[in-house]
Design a protein around this ligand. Structure first.
Ligand code: PMP
Length: 444
């Protein structure tokens, strides 16, 4: 397998002529509802470089939305996929079993927070994992209600779309939504009501009021939270909040589900974002980085909760596909053997000071936040906290034109997030940051 040169090389304007041709075919063939961030077509990808059909080498600061954390086409992942595909590609685990499924479950039981007895069930997508966490929590508690936060993103299926906060483009026209989903305010320090920073106690009081007073704690099956909200804008809750939520859940017999689909598996500079504060959720959902680019997702958690659903209640035709499971073993091995938790911290050490230097009085960058290799800038109208989605869009467009792939997120569409592969070489990261700096400077 050849790895593309880890260098930014621009041979044409982006998108190049061949990508423009393919875009026309795509537009004829595909439903409008499928969006795209950068209208290029990919020829190959390796490490932190995406090579398009016009021969341009683009620096990947997105990892396919936090998926290729071990780098695109990681050799450990590719070798395991090839070996497994040679043997068999599918049996349906519910029909005839294979050990690689169990091996992934054992790995997740080992690396997720807490040393209590744990069990795992595998699925294919993040939304499916979240849905199944709710199914498990409902059976385990015999209760219906699910509590989520504003700015949350949990997926696009009916239940997870109902749990997702943002209307456009995720919900508009897709109702009616699933019942028994309740929303508490997200502790968003930069935008808490009144403009003051929110404390963990204050945010917890708002959550408690909704659970205890409005819904009734005995009706609540699960509280589901992203330890750092991803699509919502890389929102980091105040220290102590997640631990207090777990305590509140335990006090009322509620299952606390940490959705670590975006934050999990070394991304934030810990194996899981919950580890940062020693929080041990009852259930944890994983996907994205779990299998280095293959579709695989999981629910892992307390054995007694996981075992509440009787045989036949969980599963799916493709859930825990053997090729995806083999890829996951390669990805977990890469994370552990290649020191990717530390690499995420190194990325933060290099990137954060440079991003922070762009913020400050009168800047278009209102705040820099995140953790590890999950960092973001929130753009505002200078001198205010008013969201400036047009500035985020212009900065992203500038980066894209210069061959650096960044993603926009945030409830107000005004956040640029950086999710580089954890294996990114420091020189390449440095180059990407220089382009990002120039893009922001151009907006001053
Ligand atoms: N939860 C979180 C926190 C996510 O970031 C995502 C995907 N962005 C999902 C759930 C849904 O995952 P999938 O797209 O694989 O269904």
């Amino acid at each position: 397998m050849s790895m593309p040169t880890q260098q930014r090389i621009l041979k044409t304007a982006l998108p190049g002529p061949r990508s423009i041709e393919l875009q026309a075919n795509r537009n004829d063939a595909l439903a409008n509802g499928l969006g795209q961030t950068l209208p290029i077509f990919v020829e190959e990808a390796g490490g932190s470089i995406i090579v398009d059909v016009d021969g341009n080498h683009i620096i990947d600061m997105a990892s396919g939305i936090a998926v290729t954390s071990v780098g695109a086409s990681n050799p450990r992942v590719v070798a395991r996929i090839a070996a497994q595909a040679e043997k068999f590609t599918h049996t349906c685990f519910l029909v005839t079993q294979y050990d690689v499924f169990t091996e992934v479950a054992q790995a997740l039981n080992r690396i997720t927070p807490g040393d209590h007895a744990k069990k795992t069930a595998l699925f294919s997508t993040g939304a499916e994992a979240v849905e199944n966490a709710i199914k498990i929590a409902r059976v385990a508690t015999g209760r219906p209600a699910v509590v989520v936060l504003s700015h949350a993103y949990h997926g696009r299926s009916l239940l997870t779309m109902s749990m997702t906060a943002k209307n456009l483009p995720y919900k508009e026209g897709f109702g009616p939504f699933a019942p028994e989903v309740y929303r508490a305010p997200s502790p968003y320090p930069y935008r808490w009501a009144g403009g003051a920073e929110v404390s963990a106690e204050e945010a917890l009081a708002a959550l408690r009021e909704i659970i205890v007073t409005q819904i009734g704690a005995t009706n609540v099956a699960a509280i589901v939270m992203e330890p750092i909200q991803g699509e919502g804008g890389f929102i980091v809750p105040p220290p102590g909040y997640l631990a207090a939520v777990q305590e509140l859940a335990t006090e009322h017999g509620i299952v606390f589900v940490a959705d670590e689909i975006q934050t999990g598996l070394a991304r934030t500079g810990d194996m899981f974002a919950c580890d940062h504060e020693g929080v041990v959720p009852d259930l944890i959902t994983t996907a994205k980085a779990l299998a280095g680019g293959m579709p695989l997702a999981a629910v892992t958690g307390r054995a007694e909760i996981m075992d509440a659903v009787p045989a036949g209640g969980l599963g799916g035709t493709y859930a825990g596909n053997p090729v995806a499971c083999a890829a996951a073993l390669g990805a977990i091995e890469a994370i552990e053997e290649d020191g990717l938790v530390q690499k995420a911290r190194d990325i933060e050490a290099l990137a954060r000071p440079r991003l922070e230097a762009l913020a400050g009085d009168g800047s278009v960058v209102g705040e820099v936040r995140g953790r590890g290799a999950m960092l973001a800038m929130e753009f505002v109208r200078p001198g205010t906290t008013e969201p400036a989605p047009e500035i985020a869009k212009a900065v992203a467009a500038h980066c894209h034109a210069e061959g650096v792939l960044v993603l926009v997120c945030g409830t107000f569409g005004n956040v640029i997030r950086l999710l580089p592969p954890l294996v990114i070489e420091p020189a390449l990261l440095d180059e990407a940051l220089t382009v990002i700096e120039q893009a922001v400077e151009a907006q001053r």
